[in-house]
Write a protein that binds this ligand. Structure first.
Ligand code: PGA
Length: 254
């Protein structure tokens, strides 16, 4: 079902103490400022902090727990990796897959991501699947073809039922952590394209029901404008999710 979602991707930031302070501030602000049920909030801390952060989130409330990655296999001899099943067993609901940093620094391709998606879904996690073009691709006017391919190869092998669990995030690589944001028109254009591709691969109902988030230097100043676009259903927030005041302002931007 299509929802408004604001997800905070903490990436490889925070210590135990930072995380406790940050999440407590967010929980208090969200409660005090009655940010409402119109938006679901997902906090994605580094793996070891998931249980700690999870315990601080009020049960059955607006705030949910997400991971930043998972392994494609159910279990086994994969030193240093974390399975989707383990994540689910500690109360994780969402998992970010295919973030451009994973694609770039860890060589994750659509083939591997397809397997990770399957593993996440089998464990009952809801994937937040990221797509997005580099500056070079945008300047070559290849954005739509590139994203179309990522969707087709990474995502559209899922069944209708599986796809219904997926949140898509459009993250133009040139806007991630750079302070450059896509204009609301640029974001809307790509979001509308993604929705159209979903309608083609599945059907119009599935397309209407899919949550599509924008990520890439979204902040307290530009969130309202971005979220006002008809096909932008929220944000995947990096840098600004590490500052409680900014993050809560983004949550309140609907
Ligand atoms: P940013 O990161 O908000 O710091 O640009 C977004 C993301 O990578 O999810």
């Amino acid at each position: 079902m299509r929802k408004n979602i604001v997800a905070g991707n903490w990436k490889m930031n925070t210590t135990l103490q930072d995380a406790q302070a940050l999440v407590s501030e967010i929980v208090n602000m969200v409660q005090d400022e009655a940010t409402g049920s119109a938006v679901e909030v997902v906090i994605c801390p580094p793996f070891p902090l998931l249980p700690v952060v999870g315990r601080l989130l009020p049960e059955g409330g607006q705030l949910h727990l997400g991971a930043q990655n998972c392994h494609q296999k159910e279990s086994g001899a994969f030193t240093g990796e974390v399975s989707a099943r383990l994540l689910a067993s500690i109360g994780t609901e969402y998992v970010i897959l295919g973030h451009s940093e994973r694609r770039q620094y860890f060589r994750e391709d659509d083939e591997l991501l397809s397997q990770k998606l399957k593993a996440a879904l089998a464990a009952g996690l809801k994937p937040i699947f990221c797509v997005g073009e580099s500056l070079e691709t945008r300047e070559a006017d290849d954005t739509f073809a590139y994203i179309g391919k990522q969707l087709k190869e990474g995502l559209f092998h899922l069944s209708n039922e599986e796809f219904a669990q997926v949140v898509v995030a459009y993250e133009p690589i040139w806007a991630i952590g750079t302070g450059k944001t896509a204009t609301s028109q640029q974001a809307q254009e790509v979001h509308a394209f993604i929705r159209e591709q979903i309608a083609r691969a599945y059907d119009a109902k599935q397309a209407l029901n899919t949550t599509i988030l924008y990520g890439g230097s979204a902040n307290a100043q530009n969130a309202r404008e971005l979220f006002s676009q008809p096909d932008v259903d929220g944000g995947l927030i990096g840098g600004a999710s590490l500052k409680s005041r900014d993050f809560v302002e983004i949550i309140k931007s609907f």
